[in-house]
Design a binder for this molecule. Structure first.
Ligand SMILES: Nc1nc2c(ncn2[C@@H]2O[C@H](COP(=O)(O)OP(=O)(O)OP(=O)(O)O)[C@@H](O)[C@H]2O)c(=O)[nH]1
Ligand SMILES: [Mg+2]
Length: 251
């Protein structure tokens, strides 16, 4: 693995043993007509991080979402709505703090668990991925839960590593992980953000999280979105497998 890169990611990750605080954390999200949820999500982040974490919203809304975000002190980047991955890719690449945390802006993810994510990064993990299925994810619609179990099984087989939740929206990443990889997927970006780092030897840790019922309307069509995610899982896993193969010198 590595294709001649100077250092393997796994070696770099534990190099400094640096301890981060919430002053080093940016919480980022795509926001698309989430006025019912955004006030609660940003208040939760503010409370749990003692106002220290920076918040970045890439927003495509036509409702009051961006105003509410600015009132809470978030940085808002306006962008035409082009899908989940287009927004979240812009959001993760915007801040320059060393730790980036993604979430959805729908109050499904437990911001009160942010300190656990930070502690795991400080333990030396490069990516900490919230596993919603560990506790059963009762608040998730049954069709989505079944789909997510199938995605996890398929990704595990394709990667040769067991994973449990490939499409979670809540993860923490060391900045160098998100900057060192080229991201190509849209609806499937969440799966890509798990698969590519794992297959490149980064230290990826799944961590059980609670999952709440969504506030406001979903932005994802389960069937169409599910097909796009399945396609991304196969495409990204195969691309990473090909990347791992040794290059034979030209004859
Ligand atoms: N800026 C922007 N944000 C988006 C777009 N599509 C989705 N989002 C945001 O991305 C996040 C994920 O979308 P969700 O609708 O929660 O998708 P999901 O989590 O798969 O579905 P739920 O089960 O309903 O939560 C939310 O915060 C959305 O507001 C988009 O086109 N542009
Ligand atoms: Mg959501």
């Amino acid at each position: 693995m590595g294709n001649g890169e100077p250092t393997e990611p796994a070696e770099r990750s534990h190099e400094t043993g640096e301890q981060f605080t919430f002053n080093d954390v940016s919480v980022v999200m795509g926001t698309y007509n989430e006025e019912e949820a955004i006030g609660k999500v940003l208040t939760d982040i503010d409370e749990v991080t003692d106002g220290k974490a920076e918040v970045v919203c890439v927003d495509g809304s036509s409702d009051r979402t961006p105003e509410i975000a600015r009132d809470h002190g978030a940085t808002v980047i306006e962008q035409e709505p082009q899908g989940y991955g287009v927004a979240v890719r812009a959001a993760i690449l915007e801040p320059d703090r060393p730790i980036v945390v993604t979430t959805d802006c729908d109050d499904t993810y437990p911001m009160e668990q942010l300190p656990e994510f930070l502690a795991l990064i400080n333990d030396g993990h490069d990516v900490v991925s919230g596993d919603r299925l560990y506790h059963g994810a009762d608040a998730m619609p049954g069709f989505n839960r079944f789909g997510n179990q199938v995605f996890a099984a398929a990704a595990s087989i394709l990667m040769g590593t067991r994973v449990h939740d490939t499409t979670t929206g809540m993860r923490a990443y060391r900045r160098d992980v998100v900057e060192s990889i080229e991201w190509t997927e849209n609806t499937g970006l969440s799966a890509e953000l798990l698969i590519r780092p794992l297959m490149r030897g980064y230290d990826v840790r799944e961590h059980p999280i609670e999952y709440r019922e969504r506030a406001g309307q979903t932005k994802l069509d389960p069937l169409q979105g599910g097909l796009e995610i399945a396609r991304s899982i196969v495409k990204v896993s195969l691309e990473e497998r090909l990347r791992e193969l040794p290059h034979r010198p030209a004859q």
